[in-house]
Design a protein around this ligand. Structure first.
Ligand code: NAD
Length: 488
């Protein structure tokens, strides 16, 4: 198995236990964002490719759903072993195709492995419920069953973790799966599927179809696909949610974010600065839990000065270099949109206290952008409202915690929010009133682990049941109720 690609090979789809060429001959280049070097070519598959994969998954479902749950779980134990064995190689591949630092990539692989650990608990997680004597001589039992074929559509920013949010649990619950990875980071996905087949997954249980819109629409509209798990940007999440739901499918669609960090006057300033720098600029700000807006409560001048000094010290470059924190954004087309946001921020009157465009001009290869900070941003400005998904941080000034919480309430997004303080009363008020699904108390990236739901609110999530935890089990199973009389 080749882990690090270094050629212009066209990736294959994996259908019914075999690596196959896409029917469509259209391809897209996959460059390394730090160097521009071509890593691979990804096929832009057609609906015919989707139909083949769904048909294989549907066929496999008939036997997979009857495979005893502990036997299904044992494949995940083996998979867990193989992922651990390949931890470093998988992390290198994340760096190569996504551009993030090796340390972050290593952590991402770990987060993915934890999802497999959780899913391996399927025999316990899938247990039903019973109640004897609901009426005289009558008992009630609830059993869980899989849904059928599930489609998974994933973004570029977590090529390891996000697919593993989806298919291990779905498959452990007895479903079969068709994965459509991001066309910008498709290489690692093939390694994940290869290792899953080495772990003993029968043919057709996990399939992969590379591509873009046509593959997504093919999954959304296929009558044999019973559920869609999606993670990506807000407009696409809403589209996927509406389109799949209109076809009668179960959908969870995780979407964009604008995560506010409130810095109270009593906070430990050096720790708050360190957390915010790492949250805002790690992975070049391309994390759905990245800090993108800081609410500075009170005077805050010393905090702002310290933040800017730390941003000035950031080392920018290739993620394989240990000292680097600031890595490239995914593509030049994305960087162009970010540059438009920077111009918009200036036009709308925010103060650009650190301009990352100067580092961009210094880097001759790769899609880099230096750490950018706007101060005196107001909630009405475009840069305060939109997800920019880049190393661009907005500082908003607030009189007190109430005003800071009001900024969070006004945001259309509600993925995460953090407060930095030692004040128990402020912490409690923040916990009760912050209008977001994942909160941090003195924590820079309050992303939840696999046994809890990844719980975005408002326009950060469309659906009901979130990924991971018991929500994930409920999403991937349907319930059957048995009512029995015994005095017959
Ligand atoms: P994206 O929306 O561009 O792409 C996500 C997936 O949707 C890809 O597989 C892509 O091929 C497909 N897609 C894109 N446009 C489409 C269209 N018009 N029709 C059909 N399919 C389409 O997202 P991205 O840029 O790859 O990822 C970054 C986004 O994902 C950010 O907005 C980020 O906040 C979000 N994200 C959210 C979470 C979360 O948990 N809420 C986690 C990770 C990423």
């Amino acid at each position: 198995m080749t882990i690090i690609k270094n050629d212009t090979e066209v990736l294959k789809n994996y259908i019914n236990g075999k690596w196959v060429d896409a029917i469509s001959k259209e391809t897209l280049d996959v460059p390394n964002p730090a160097t521009g070097e071509l890593i691979a070519k990804v096929p832009i598959s057609s609906r015919d490719d989707v139909d083949q994969a769904v048909s294989a998954a549907n066929e496999a479902f008939h036997t997979w759903k009857k495979t005893p749950v502990p036997k299904r779980a044992r494949i995940l134990y083996k998979y867990h072993y193989l992922l651990n064995e390949n931890h470093e190689k998988l992390a290198q591949l994340v760096v190569q195709e996504n551009g993030k630092s090796y340390k972050e990539a290593y952590g991402e692989v770990q987060r993915g492995i934890e999802c497999v650990e959780f899913a391996a608990g399927a025999p316990t997680l899938m247990m039903g419920e019973t109640l004897s004597n609901i009426a005289e001589d009558i008992d009630s039992e609830m059993f869980r069953y899989p849904l059928g074929v599930v489609g998974g559509i994933t973004p570029f920013n977590f090529p390891m973790m996000v697919p593993l949010w989806m298919f291990p649990l779905a498959i452990a619950c007895g479903n079969t799966f068709v994965l459509k990875p991001s066309e910008r980071t498709p290489v690692l996905a093939n390694e994940l599927v290869e290792l899953f087949s080495q772990a003993g997954a029968p043919k057709g249980v996990l399939n992969i179809v590379h591509g873009a819109h046509d593959v997504v629409n093919g999954l959304l509209e296929h009558q044999d696909v019973k559920a869609i798990s999606f993670v990506g940007s807000q407009p696409v999440a809403k589209y996927v949610y509406e389109r799949a739901a209109s076809q009668g499918k179960r959908v969870q669609a995780l979407s964009g974010a604008k995560n506010h960090h409130i810095v109270m006057p009593d906070a430990d300033m050096s720790k708050a600065v360190a957390n915010i720098i790492s949250s805002a600029y790690g992975s070049a700000g391309q994390r759905c839990m990245a800090c993108s807006a800081v609410v500075v409560v009170g005077d805050g001048e010393s905090f702002v000065k310290a933040l800017k000094e730390k941003a000035d010290e950031l080392i920018i470059g290739n993620g394989m270099n240990d000292e680097v924190l600031l890595t490239p954004v995914i593509r030049d087309s994305h960087r162009k949109k970010v540059l438009e946001y920077i111009e918009k921020g200036v036009e709308e009157g925010a103060s650009l206290i650190r301009d990352g465009r100067k580092e961009m001009d210094e880097m001759t290869e790769g899609t880099f952008l230096g750490a950018t900070i706007f101060d005196h941003v107001t909630p009405e400005m475009t840069i305060a409202k939109d997800e920019i998904f880049a190393p661009v941080l907005s500082l908003l000034r607030a009189e007190d915690l109430d005003e800071g919480l009001e900024f969070i309430r006004k945001s259309r997004y509600g993925n995460g929010a953090t407060i930095y303080t030692k004040d128990a009363k402020a912490i409690r008020q923040f916990r009760e009133e912050a209008d977001a699904g994942m909160l941090g108390i003195n924590v820079g990236v309050p992303a939840t682990m696999a046994f809890f739901p990844f719980s975005g609110w408002k326009d950060s999530f469309y659906g009901d049941l979130h990924v991971n935890g018991k929500d994930g089990v409920n999403f991937f199973t349907r319930k059957k109720m048995i009512t029995s009389r015994f005095d017959y």
